[in-house]
Structure formats: structure tokens, C-alpha cells
Design a binder for this molecule. Structure first.
Ligand code: 5MM
Length: 343
């Protein structure tokens, strides 16, 4: 039986579970591998992802879905099984990144628009056959003295909406990711500015989704949290981050959206977990709120693995630890003592 968009979306934000963003494009995974002095070959990328997806306990108990890159959805594990099969065997749902990246937006210096709409309908049909049941598209919004501009906001929101409609037409749940950056060069903006820009961005995104006739009950929103820019010198308390983030959602996210799954955006592993937990601890929220972390789930595992087959168990252990901590955060039950105890 075909699962409905609503059922898939609800499974992605099941209590205590969240999404592993493993959709690094070739240039990003190369950067990650550079940090452990590992050459980024197709086999090394396969080995790394195989290590993560076969971490049985982590996947089974804490990972509702995995976002893959085009290469990965077509790759086989060492035993010949498709990597997608490793994921489904744990009960987790395979997903796919379908945008082709953020490109300079004409007449908008310092801003980008995310591309990938050409041929998307046909690609979605193929990805569905390959097992993907949800997709992801990331729009990038930069804060600067005069940024973001209305032109960049609407171009990105429009593309997100067209992508989301195409996904739903093909039985695929769209993850709608408008990321307001915290770690762009010279990110001196305050938390107050991030608050305003995130709210304005989400309003434009939901206007465009509505105009494109997207069914909000069959999407997942993947936003940033409201935090100060990394060069601002401002130190916001975790509770302020949580309160402002939830205030933005109440102002701009319709309650028909079933789930919100955060990106980590360059926050430290532990802070990304703490913020998520405090957000959930606020309670009485109409959305399922969880993680869809890339760096904050993988950084420790990548380091422990180091590209060496003899370190697979250590890499999986580090991955399990971050998954457990974030699983607790998704329930609003994480605390720092627990983090150190288990570590
Ligand atoms: C895993 O990183 C994703 C892919 O980025 P590139 O296309 O640049 O390689 C990225 O879209 C990711 O899914 C989100 O930004 C969340 O990741 P973080 O690391 O911010 O949690």
C-alpha cells in the first residue's frame, strides 16, 4: 500500500527520532574528509556512509530518515546490498537532496538563489523508484547590512514552493529548508536581527507555498534556530534561543505543518542538542519538533572513524552517542549530566 504524504511526514518526526542529513555534495564531503586527511574517493564516501547507516541501534532507535546525495542513493554496500536497503532495514526512511546548489543571484550582490527545478519532475520519478520517500531543497538567506533583499527572499521562496509542489505531485514529502545563515563571512548580526529575518523569511516561504497549492499537512519545515551571527560577539543564553525560536514559529508557521526538523548550521554539537531540548521543553507546541542535523550528528563520528576500517566500531559508537542525545532532546529530556555520564 502506498503511504500517504501525511503518514510519511508524521513518521519523520516520530517522538524521540530525527533526521540524519548525509546529503553533502561532492565539494562539501571533500572538505569534511580533508579534516581527517582522507582522499574523497567514491569508495571512501561509500565506506563512511555505510558505517553510519549500519549503526543499527542508532538508526533503529533514533533516526527516522536519512537525506542522501544523488551518488549515495545509487551506491552499494560492501556486501552488495544497496545503501538504501541498509537504511530501510532499520525502519528509517530514505530521502534525497534534489536541489543543485545555491548560485549567485543576478543583480543581487552577496545573495544566492537555489537552482534545480529544470527536469525535477523526471528526477523525482526516478528517485521514487530508487526508494526515496522524502526530498530536501535548501535555500540560503544571508544577513548583511542591507541583506536579505526582498528580491532574494521571494526568488528563493518561489523556488522552494515550486519544488515542494512537484514533490507532492510525485508522492514525495518535501523538506522545505530556508536557512538563514549564522556562519557566513563577517556574520556580525545580533540575535534580534536573526529573529526578524527568520520570521520575515518564513512568512514569505509560507505565502509562496500557499500560492503554489502545496498541502502543508504533507511537508516538513527545516529551519535555522534564532541565534546571533558567529562574529557578533553576542552571547545569547540557550533559553533565549529557545524562546525566540518558538516565538518565530508561533508567528509564522501554520499549525497544519506536521513537523519542524532543525538544521544545526554551525552550532557546536552540544549546543545544537541543548537548544533542541529547551525548545521541546517549552511544551504545548502544535508541531513535532526534532533534528535534521548534518554536522552536529556526524562531526564526532567522522573524527572517531578517521577513514580507518579498524575504527568503524568507534565511529558508530560516537554516532550512537550523538543520536541518543538528540533523541532525548527531541523529547525535551536532554541534560548536560546525562551527556557526560553516557559519554
Ligand atoms: C549535510 O549538509 C547538507 C548539504 O550541504 P551541501 O549541499 O553544501 O553539501 C546541508 O544541506 C544540510 O542538510 C543542512 O544545511 C543541515 O546541515 P547542518 O550541518 O547545518 O546541520
Amino acid at each position: 500500500m502506498t503511504e500517504s504524504l501525511q503518514d510519511i511526514a508524521r513518521r519523520l518526526v516520530a517522538p524521540g527520532k530525527g533526521i540524519l542529513a548525509a546529503d553533502e555534495s561532492s565539494s562539501t564531503i571533500k572538505k569534511r574528509f580533508d579534516s581527517i586527511n582522507l582522499a574523497s574517493t567514491a569508495d571512501a564516501r561509500r565506506d563512511y556512509r555505510e558505517m553510519l547507516f549500519s549503526a543499527d541501534q542508532a538508526m533503529r532507535n533514533h533516526v527516522s530518515g536519512v537525506i542522501l546525495f544523488d551518488e549515495t542513493i545509487r551506491q552499494q554496500a560492501k556486501d552488495g546490498r544497496a545503501l538504501v536497503e541498509l537504511i530501510t532495514a532499520t525502519g528509517s526512511i530514505p530521502g534525497i537532496k534534489v536541489d543543485t546548489g545555491a548560485k549567485a543571484l543576478a543583480f543581487h550582490p552577496g545573495e544566492t538563489v537555489t537552482e534545480g527545478l529544470d527536469g525535477l519532475r523526471e528526477r523525482l520519478v526516478e528517485y521514487h523508484k530508487l526508494g526515496a520517500r522524502f526530498a530536501k531543497w535548501r535555500a540560503v538567506i544571508t544577513i548583511g547590512e542591507t541583506l536579505p533583499t526582498p528580491g532574494a527572499l521571494s526568488a528563493n521562496a518561489h523556488a522552494l514552493a515550486r519544488y515542494a509542489a512537484l514533490c507532492q505531485e510525485n508522492g514525495i514529502v518535501p523538506i522545505v529548508e530556508p536557512e538563514v545563515l549564522m556562519d557566513n563571512p563577517n556574520a556580525t548580526h545580533t540575535i534580534e536581527t536573526c529573529h526578524k529575518v527568520t520570521e520575515a523569511t518564513l512568512r514569505v516561504v509560507f505565502d509562496e507555498l500557499d500560492r503554489a497549492r502545496v498541502d502543508l499537512s504533507g511537508i516538513i519545515l527545516k529551519p535555522n534556530m534564532v541565534v546571533p551571527g558567529k562574529d557578533s560577539g553576542q552571547k545569547a543564553s540557550p533559553s533565549e534561543v529557545a524562546e525566540r525560536t518558538v516565538a518565530v514559529f508561533h508567528a509564522a508557521v501554520p499549525t497544519s505543518v506536521p513537523g519542524i526538523a532543525f538544521l544545526s548550521g554551525g552550532q557546536s554539537d552540544e549546543l545544537a542538542t541543548e537548544h533542541l531540548s529547551l525548545i521541546n521543553a517549552i511544551g504545548d507546541l502544535p508541531w513535532g519538533i526534532t533534528f535534521s542535523y548534518g554536522r552536529a550528528l556526524q562531526a564526532a563520528a567522522l573524527k572517531a572513524w578517521g577513514g580507518k576500517p579498524e575504527n568503524v566500531a568507534a565511529g558508530q559508537q560516537a554516532f550512537l552517542h550523538r543520536c541518543r542525545m538528540n533523541g532525548l532532546a527531541a523529547l525535551g529530556q536532554w541534560n548536560a549530566e546525562l551527556e557526560r555520564e553516557v559519554a
